[in-house]
Design a protein around this ligand. Structure first.
Ligand SMILES: [Zn+2]
Length: 323
């Protein structure tokens, strides 16, 4: 009996030993798991892994941030803007005769092969002058322009050359109609003017374009003056924008207070020629604009101006250091 009891005690001690051993193992195993988990979390944080997991929208900034670039090309006393978004291009106006090569070279330097849209704000020579050469050089899919009545239609040689270029172009020609919306890559643009079709001065027939990219917006006003600005306001146009290209090269007859109050520009661009005969931009217009923003960029002083949007913020660069 004694021997049996002794054997049982030994067995019991051994069992307890096994249990202790087993519990120790479990503790060690759990500790090891904890160490591995902490290492993975710390390592992941170090590599920025959890930053991405925490924000499903975050992506590799190098790889996929889409931008929209607006080029206000210095073309002397005229207008010419190029919008570039996701490999799509929209040209707005092509300045006066004599600046076509500057425009063509600018576009070629950027690698433009095709223009998805050509917007002709209106048919004055300082906006259509370079259109024939541009259309001869680049394929264009769509041309958007205001439809003029017979009495509004110019008869000069620049207009005739423009008309011939349209006739030989294979682009689809569309009237600039208020409310029409288009896509340019991931950007969208909308026609806000002309509201009426019987303006005496075709400046006030200008096709006005609002471009939206993410949270940023740009307004291109052609040569719209106060008359058209007020018509757009009365029409309930969505004018509130970040970047305004001031109407009619900064003329005193454009950029009225009511219009600027609706636009509330953060940045204003004025396209005008150095030492131009019209005195553009006019001090009165500039002073009205400066009530809203000090960021006024003029092509006559800055040269080519480029504004880049990443959908949230805007950055401005320009050719000359003086402005
Ligand atoms: Zn003009």
């Amino acid at each position: 009996m004694k021997r049996k009891q002794a054997e049982e005690i030994i067995k019991s001690v051994n069992e307890t030993g096994k249990n202790i051993k087993s519990t120790k193992g479990k503790i060690l195993y759990i500790l090891l798991l904890l160490i591995v988990a902490v290492a993975v979390v710390l390592g992941g944080a170090f590599l920025g892994l959890w930053d991405n997991l925490a924000d499903p929208d975050a992506t590799d900034p190098e790889a996929s941030v889409s931008t929209c670039k607006v080029h206000y090309i210095d073309v002397g006393q005229g207008d010419c803007e190029l919008v570039e978004c996701d490999g799509k291009y929209m040209l707005i106006d092509a300045s006066e005769n004599g600046h076509e090569n500057e425009i063509i070279n600018y576009l070629k330097t950027l690698g433009v092969e095709k223009l998805d849209y050509v917007v002709v704000s209106h048919q004055h020579s300082d906006h259509i002058g370079g259109i024939p050469e541009v259309l001869a050089e680049f394929e264009a899919d769509n041309i958007i322009m205001p439809r003029l009545t017979k009495s509004q239609t110019p008869t000069n040689s620049t207009y005739k050359a423009f008309l011939n270029a349209l006739k030989s172009s294979e682009a689809k020609i569309t009237e600039a109609k208020v409310g029409a919306k288009y896509n340019l890559g991931t950007a969208t643009f909308e026609i806000l003017g002309p509201v009426t079709n019987d303006a005496e001065d075709i400046n006030n027939m200008s096709a006005v374009v609002r471009l939206d990219f993410g949270e940023n917006s740009f307004l291109f006003t052609g040569d719209a003056e106060t008359e058209e600005e007020l018509e757009m306001l009365d029409n309930g146009a969505n004018l509130d924008c970040d970047v305004l290209k001031a109407g009619h090269h900064g003329s005193s007859t454009s950029s009225c207070n009511k219009f600027l109050d609706a636009v509330t520009p953060e940045i204003c661009v004025i396209s005008c020629g150095e030492g131009n005969d019209y005195g553009h931009p006019h001090d009165k217009a500039v002073n009205r604009i400066k009530k809203h923003t000090d960021d006024v960029f003029r092509t006559d002083l800055c040269g080519d101006i480029v504004i880049v949007s990443d959908g949230k913020t805007l950055s401005v660069s320009y050719e000359n250091s003086m402005r």
